[in-house]
Ligand binder design. Sequence first.
Ligand code: ADP
Length: 384
Amino acid sequence: MPFRIVLGDITKLSVDAIVNAANSSLLGGGGVDGAIHRAAGPRLLEECRTLHGCRTGEAKITRGYDLPAKYVIHTVGPIWSGGAHGEEELLRSAYRNSLHLALKNNCESVAFPMISAGVYGYPKDQALEVAVSTIRAFLEKNEMDVTLVIFDRESFRFDVRLYSEISGYLRNTYEDERAMSGSGSLLGDMARSVAFGGAAGSRRSIFSPKKKESKACRNAMDSAPMAEAPMEASDEAVAMADEERSAPTEPRMYCAQAMSAPMDLTHALENLDESFSQALLRMIDARGLKDSECYKKANIDRKLFSKIRSDIHYRPSKQTVLAFAVALELDLQETEAFLKKAGFALSHSNKADVIVEYFIANGNYDMYSINEALFAFDQNLLGA
Ligand code: ADP
């Protein structure tokens, strides 16, 4: 997945490079800087001494030593002093320069902490917006796996208005579902798990790969460091997990809107002779999109897209299908037909499905917003 947000400790990540929110001396400090130096061992400080510091907004690279990451990119974010002292541009530069340095060093995967959002005092909501929009602009032109690591839930400030709208949609949809299926209290569960400011979420993180899970496939979906996992294996594992989730215990609910509005594209999608891969390629053409526009919009890795393109019988995961449905800006009925091609359906007893449905129903196809919302509600993100 080209962009993801995860909860955890950046020093545990097996990526090509992790970014350090350093101070300008580069001689170590507190927060994430201290954690990185402790995990990398004393040789990191020795190399840092040879760099003679780093100016705010710039970036320098060292080896990773005892870290699982090959490199550490040290950047210096701005200290917040009210917002009128060029803080935003300096923070954008810190992200941009780190990304370009990673590219120059042939890194395929890089992970960032929320630069300046700790002791440097940058307001967390604004720090998140700057991080996501700068990474996004970079990924529009470059191929790389970029992870934004959120250390604690309090650091993640999701748009309050959107959060309450989605909460309302979830409340209504779950209640409908409960009334119709007689299932247990999903709402209570949901309300507890999405509360902000509480303890770190219950989401299985990518940082504990050794943790035993009853199903290998769930492990791959929820805890695999995506950069390490072969894309096809992870996609298939996710597909298995999806199949489990949509087993008979989970009623498959179709949206009323989707059932009523006939659309040509839906009929075309229901052509049973056409595989998912064929349908996808045909719709990309029909939309007049370039392949790269489509897989980038879908937050899908280029290698995975090539695999889907070359394998007519490719079996995607539900997340992959939904990611392409968003990229193709399908409406709900078309999304249902597209999912059906790959053997899936939107379910109102699946929180992530309802959140995606909320965005599609509102004609909001911004994958970054969708994934931020999924993260805020402790759900797996869309994409490969
Ligand atoms: P800055 O001085 O740039 O504000 P800090 O280290 O104080 O840097 O904080 C930057 C961000 O890094 C904060 O959001 C903090 O919660 C987060 N952070 C601290 N330790 C870690 C860690 N081990 N992994 C990932 N993020 C971390």
